[in-house]
Design a protein around this ligand. Sequence first.
Ligand SMILES: *Cc1c(COP(=O)(O)O)cnc(C)c1O
Length: 335
Amino acid sequence: MKQIDLRSDTVTRPTQQMLEAMITAQVGDDVYGEDPTVNRLEQTMAAVTGMADGLFCASGTQTNLVALLSHCQRGEEYIVGQTAHTYKYEAGGGAVLGSIQPQPLDFETDGTLDLAKVERFIKPDDFHFARTRLFCLENTQAGKVLPMDYLKDARKLADRHGLGFHLDGARVFNAAVKLGVNVTAITTLFDSVSCCLSKGLGTPVGSVLCGSREFIARARRWRKMVGGGMRQAGILAAAGLYALSHNIDRLTDDHANAARLAAGLSGIKAIHIDMDAVQTNMVHARIDADMTALVQHLAGQGIRISPGNPVRLVTHLNIDAADIDRVVAGFRSFF
Ligand SMILES: *Cc1c(COP(=O)(O)O)cnc(C)c1O
């Protein structure tokens, strides 16, 4: 029986073609700048995002960390969402390693940070306060796509206050595909962008940080310091290059499958889904049930979900429409 894992889009396994690209990759020592495949991935991602330069890192946590460290000095501050990955799910790296203070604010229901509120929280230039230095957004945020007009206004706010502007774009390609825009329409509004290869794009490892040449040069030093200087990393970068040419347009399938899942599950009385929030590859469902029993029931049918409630269900390239129908039937059989 095929296992269907809805816990995250990080659970994908590389396809045979992706493995082939990895096995045949030309490699060198990337710490010497001599891995041609890493160099090509960095330049390709920079071109794809419309930025000057790129830096291949081990994870999205690492790209976000070196971005924070490159934007902010000790005692400076970044404004960030209360449930943003960059604040909540990265073990406090900015504070621990950079003495950078977060200023978390609640996300609005559409995944934005209210700009009037952001403006109120920018600290005046006064020695009592940390110096507000950076403004961070996430797109997609919990599967939601930030509106383009909002992003443009956010850019203007950053400019008005001389703030750096960083995007945690772990799933920025999902956002671009959903909006039907070139990803550069989103990414070039920012000073730096972190893009994950190991989420919807389906590689085993890696994220790329993009920004100006000077910014990436700073980030490269920080990456070395946090132990992210890898050697024949072209084996991993080759998967990224493969993903950039094969796995972006197909994200529409993941979005269609999430919509199919949401529609199927919303027909079950005990399951409550905010359909407006089903925009890309995630479905958040509140379920009137004993989750432990539900998780176990589904596991018996080869379906894995997280035990949380509300639960996040994520589609990805190892899940097709027939799998979604099996999942909906699995939930139905429980209720
Ligand atoms: C997954 C994710 C990251 C990076 O996580 P890693 O597991 O370290 O690659 C960053 N931001 C968001 C929003 C994510 O979902």
